[in-house]
Write a protein that binds this ligand. Structure first.
Ligand code: ATP
Ligand code: MG
Ligand code: MG
Length: 397
């Protein structure tokens, strides 16, 4: 029967590419893929297999609908390996297409990485989703380097910068993987041993490599990792967009909602959102559908609330969807959100959030973090600071 999800039902011990690649364990999954640890027997190394759902493969024939992950990854791999931002993007190795029971799949082969940022927040064991400011700074610095390379060298907008797409690269992944496989045999398949098909277990549980209950402490103390941007499944060329609606809805930049030409500053908006979220331990924007206004209008209003400013009239004039959200107000001389203004809560401003909820120690640290975040969260995309400039922000020094 056809499975609706379109995920390929991979099995531990299964081989691909005429026996060259052997599936060892599941590493993760997302909306469009499952990701597997595999042994490349020819090259004697571990690799990650991102097996796209068959829907995703089918949609590849409609290039304007879906991003072309493969050509973007190739561009990233080939552009300038000597650039300081190069190591902060996932290393692409190869790809192949194959036929499964539900249709054809594309499999992208990349380097193996460790935890994603979301996993680190959720598995500290104390239910506190805040991350130590020193670790946040260390992560953000590297993400900005990676973005500088994507934006300035490759001409790519990532468009999906969020916690689960930021991964850690341990110093010696071969050692980590080998140790893991030796200590968690029930989750893995030892590719040295031949098993009869009936004894090969099916796994559905995903587990990142180097699982450790003390990960947060350990990472802060050892700092023996590189932060890597991954998942180019929703990315775009700066000058050729596959679609105009980008980004997870709660992280969506104002220009995307308002129908203004978006570009690399859209990624910087996401950086501002995720930095705030890592520091305060909750979403920055959680828009709702309300009785008198919709999700997007709520979102735009919450932006003006958090940033304590309103949308510029000249900017709005250039936005295709202005009239969906704004109307000339009889009271004010400029354009204002049609329904919302009276309901804003000034307590949701960035400095207030940082003061009330973050682990930042003193007033000067709070001020510095707020300045950094506000450089990322300018409502007009052209006013946002670039990745290259942000890497030198005093807060990160
Ligand atoms: P999304 O729903 O975010 O679009 P996706 O289907 O595009 O997801 P990815 O985000 O690339 O897939 O991968 C899904 C998850 O698998 C990641 O969040 C990560 O935890 C894990 N993962 C992906 N690539 C690797 C890798 N190279 N090494 C280790 N784990 C990985
Ligand atoms: Mg992802
Ligand atoms: Mg994706």
């Amino acid at each position: 029967g056809r499975n609706n999800s379109g995920y390929y039902p991979a099995r531990l011990g299964q081989s691909f590419e005429r026996g060259r690649l052997c599936v060892v364990r599941k590493l993760g999954w997302g909306q469009y893929s499952s990701v597997w640890l595999a042994r490349d027997k020819e090259k004697s190394r571990f690799v990650a297999l991102k097996i796209l759902t068959c829907d995703a493969t089918k949609a590849l024939s409609e290039p304007e609908q879906r991003s072309d992950e493969l050509s973007l990854l190739r561009k990233i791999a080939d552009s300038d390996p000597s650039h300081p931002g190069f190591p902060h993007n996932i290393a692409y190795l190869d790809f192949f297409d194959f036929l499964g029971p539900h249709g054809s799949h594309r499999c992208v082969i990349t380097e193996v990485l460790g935890y994603n940022l979301n996993y680190i927040r959720r598995h500290k064991g104390d239910g506190d989703l805040r991350v130590q400011p020193s670790l946040v700074k260390c992560v953000v610095k590297q993400v900005l380097k990676g973005l500088e390379y994507l934006h300035d060298v490759c001409g790519i907008v990532h468009a999906d910068i969020k916690h689960d797409n930021i991964l850690f690269r341990p110093a010696d992944i071969e050692a980590v993987a080998t140790h893991e496989l030796a200590t968690k045999p029930s989750m893995t398949y030892d590719c040295g041993t031949e098993l009869r098909p009936s004894t090969i277990p099916v796994v559905s549980q995903a587990l990142p490599l180097s699982t450790d209950p003390l990960i947060d402490d350990k990472i802060i103390k050892e700092r023996d990792f590189v932060v890597v941007i991954s998942d180019f499944g929703h990315s775009h060329w700066r000058h050729r967009h596959f679609q105009e609606i980008i980004q997870p809805s709660a992280l969506r930049a104002p220009e995307v909602i308002l129908g203004y030409k978006w570009d690399t500053p859209a990624d910087i908006w996401n950086v501002g959102c995720i930095v705030t979220e890592l520091l305060v331990g909750s979403w920055l924007f959680e828009p709702n559908v309300e009785k008198h206004w919709g999700y997007e209008e709520d979102h735009l209003a919450r932006m003006t609330e958090a940033l304590d400013c309103s949308f510029d009239v000249d900017f709005l004039a250039k936005c295709e969807h202005r009239n969906k959200f704004f109307q000339p107000s009889g009271v004010y001389s400029d354009w204002s959100l049609a329904h919302f203004e009276k309901h804003l809560e000034p307590t949701r401003q960035i400095d207030d959030l940082l003061r009330s909820y973050s682990l930042l120690q003193d007033a000067s640290q709070i001020k510095a973090a707020e300045r950094f975040i506000l450089r990322c969260l300018r409502l007009i995309p052209g006013e946002r600071t670039t990745a290259k400039e942000l890497a030198d922000d005093p807060w990160l020094a």
